[in-house]
Design a binder for this molecule. Structure first.
Ligand SMILES: [Zn+2]
Length: 245
């Protein structure tokens, strides 16, 4: 399985200034290709890396916030060849479709299927299975994901009991918006990430989806410091980084 970071920016200030890109993650496993959280500029990031979007099997949106779903409509159009090829699946929480939808109504008939995500449920797309976590502690309906025991993806959430176990895998991605913990904000901070890594003990933890405070503190240095303190390898993702999982 190959994972490519089409962006590493999180939250509105980083995204508005495009200090880093915000195109989410691209997952390839054999013949299966999935776009995860196509935020603003995703279509540009995929084009720059010469990914033919008509070969995508699915688009997965963890939640309806703009930095995760800004390009979902153009990506659905691209996946379905402008709506002419009835193919591909969109996975998203119900509140991305209902009130104040982020998925426009006119293009909902383009994909082969639109699946409303439910907590702790396993889905399969073209032979690749993934499982949702419990509902995250966030302002809107949000799920994290586990791709078997290979990859765990902790999207936006406040820390909660069980978050480490629900995403436990060989390689774990952790969205770190905050440098310092702020209980009033439903986001993970670096101390939360450390706690999760100590509990889940992945082979490799990767920080991504940086907020401005993390960015200014230098994600690479934060990751090196965590590696030294915990004894587990921690890397800081960068735009365009690609790894085998
Ligand atoms: Zn969010």
């Amino acid at each position: 399985m190959r994972l490519t970071f089409m962006g590493t920016a999180g939250a509105r200030f980083m995204v508005a200034k495009q200090v880093a890109a915000s195109g989410g993650l691209f997952l390839e496993d054999g013949q299966t290709r999935i776009s995860l959280d196509p935020g603003p500029g995703a279509v540009v990031a995929y084009a720059q890396r010469k990914v033919d979007l008509t070969t995508l099997d699915a688009i997965v949106v963890s939640h309806r916030h703009l930095d995760h779903a800004g390009d979902v409509n153009v990506m659905v159009e691209a996946m379905t060849d402008g709506g002419f090829a009835h193919r591909g699946v969109l996975f998203c929480p119900s509140d991305a479709l209902d009130e104040d939808p982020v998925v426009l109504r006119y293009l909902r008939r383009f994909p082969r299927e639109i699946v409303r995500l439910a907590p702790e449920t396993t889905y399969s797309i073209n032979g690749l299975s993934f499982t949702t976590s419990g509902r995250h502690v966030h302002q809107v309906e949000t799920y994290g994901f586990r791709f078997g025991d290979r990859l765990g993806w902790i999207t936006d959430s406040a820390y909660y009991d069980g978050i480490a176990q629900q995403h436990q895998a060989d390689v774990m991605l952790i969205h770190t918006i905050l440098l310092h913990c702020r209980p009033e904000l439903p986001h993970l901070c670096i101390d939360d990430a450390e706690r999760i890594i100590r509990d889940a003990k992945p082979r490799l933890a990767i920080l991504t989806h940086y907020g401005m405070t993390v960015w200014r503190a230098n994600p690479k240095e934060i990751a090196a410091d965590l590696t030294q303190r915990i004894g587990t390898e921690v890397q800081a993702a960068f735009d365009g980084m690609s790894i085998e999982v």
